[in-house]
Ligand binder design. Structure first.
Ligand code: PMP
Length: 360
């Protein structure tokens, strides 16, 4: 059976080379006589896998030595609680709400302290990123929180907010490794890997060391303390071993492809093909303000629900799958992560053009 073009928002397409390699190593990982799923996380073989994964990620993202890389579990959603539990020393934080995920993070943080929503784009169904150059940041805020790429709405912060000296915490789940980042601008970046990096079950958090302390909110469970995981090099308990192994393979693939500058070049090129068509189409329209557009998630509509459904159905039959928009937005969404080849986007646009001719 052939592989389809998979536009899923996550879990999402992974590089075919990585999947093939994992398949080749399934029964016997490098002469160990077992798969990576079957080996002890305390074994020498596995230790090399997790250490190499971390080293490759550090190289790719140019992560300074004073930042820890943690491989965690619980999905990105668990961070919505871990962040306030570990970072809310003054029990105050400022949140910028640009979509469902930031909204959920803010709501969770309210369980632990005072949350101020200092900017929001809810007024226009999250179709843009608000101006964050001069926000009413609280003097006592422990951090300023953003969701950098909004998977559902297809927006991305192209300029980071002016946090007025406060620690920036960013959810980068859906833009992880899609372009170079200056890690030093953040106190913490984190993401679920199931979009651009690997299989669901792994969360990677990159946190500046001075933020990792024992001074956490009373009652914070052991497993939800960054310090516990940092001190144990992500091996406090059994980590999501197999997922980390696949992430490691994706890091190697990214290095081989030319690193994050090259990924950015490719992602800009791919997204342009789709956005240029959307801007010229008489049938399909992008839903996002052009200056806020994401390179990763591209929502679009025809303006007619029945026609949207017809498109999704016909696209699927033609081998373009998971194009249905998020249930809260409707329409369509094409997620075009690192592993989606340019040919996939070109083929989708060709299919959309044909659909337009037939349905206008
Ligand atoms: N943040 C963003 C930006 C997301 O896209 C998602 C999931 N789609 C989440 C958080 C929640 O992730 P998880 O399902 O891993 O908890």
């Amino acid at each position: 059976m052939g592989r389809v073009y998979n536009f899923s928002a996550g879990p999402a397409v992974l590089p075919e080379e990585v999947l093939q390699e994992a398949a080749d190593e399934m029964l016997d990982y490098q002469g160990s006589g077992m798969s990576v799923m079957e080996m002890s996380h305390r074994s020498k073989v596995y230790d090399a896998i997790i250490k190499e994964a971390e080293a490759d990620l550090r190289e790719l993202m140019n992560i300074p030595d004073n930042y820890k890389v943690l491989f965690l579990q619980g999905g990105a959603s668990q961070q919505f609680a871990m962040i306030p539990m570990n970072l809310m020393k003054n029990k105050k934080a400022d949140y910028i709400v640009t979509g469902q995920w930031a909204k959920k993070a803010a709501k969770e943080a309210e369980l632990y302290g005072e949350v101020n929503v200092v900017a929001s784009s809810a007024d226009k169904t999250f179709s843009y990123i608000p101006d964050c150059s001069d926000l009413p940041i609280d003097d006592d805020a422990d951090y300023v929180y953003i969701c950098e790429n909004n998977t559902i709405y297809g927006t991305k912060f192209h300029t980071l907010p002016n946090t007025k000296g406060k620690t920036l915490v960013a959810d980068i789940s859906s833009c992880f490794l899609s372009e170079p980042v200056d890690v030093t601008k953040y106190g913490m970046l984190y993401g679920g890997v199931q979009k651009n990096v690997g299989p669901a079950g792994v969360v990677i958090a990159i946190i500046r060391e001075d933020l990792i302390t024992d001074d956490v909110l009373p009652g914070t469970p052991t497993m939800l303390r960054y310090k516990i995981h940092a001190d144990a090099d992500s091996l406090y308990n059994t980590p999501p071993c197999y997922g980390i192994y696949i992430c490691g393979k994706v890091f190697k693939w990214l290095k081989k492809m030319g690193g994050l500058e090259e990924m950015q070049r490719r992602n800009v090129e791919k997204a342009k093909i789709l956005y240029d068509y959307l801007d010229s189409s008489k049938l399909f329209h992008g839903t996002v303000e052009p200056s806020s557009r994401s390179l990763m998630n591209v929502p679009f509509v025809t303006g007619d629900k029945e026609l949207d459904a017809k498109f999704v159905k016909e696209a699927e039959a033609a081998g373009f799958v998971n194009l249905k928009g998020h249930r809260t937005v409707g329409g369509m969404r094409a997620s075009i992560y690192n592993a989606m080849p340019k040919e996939g986007v070109e083929a989708l646009v060709a299919f959309m053009k044909k659909f337009e001719e037939e349905n206008l």
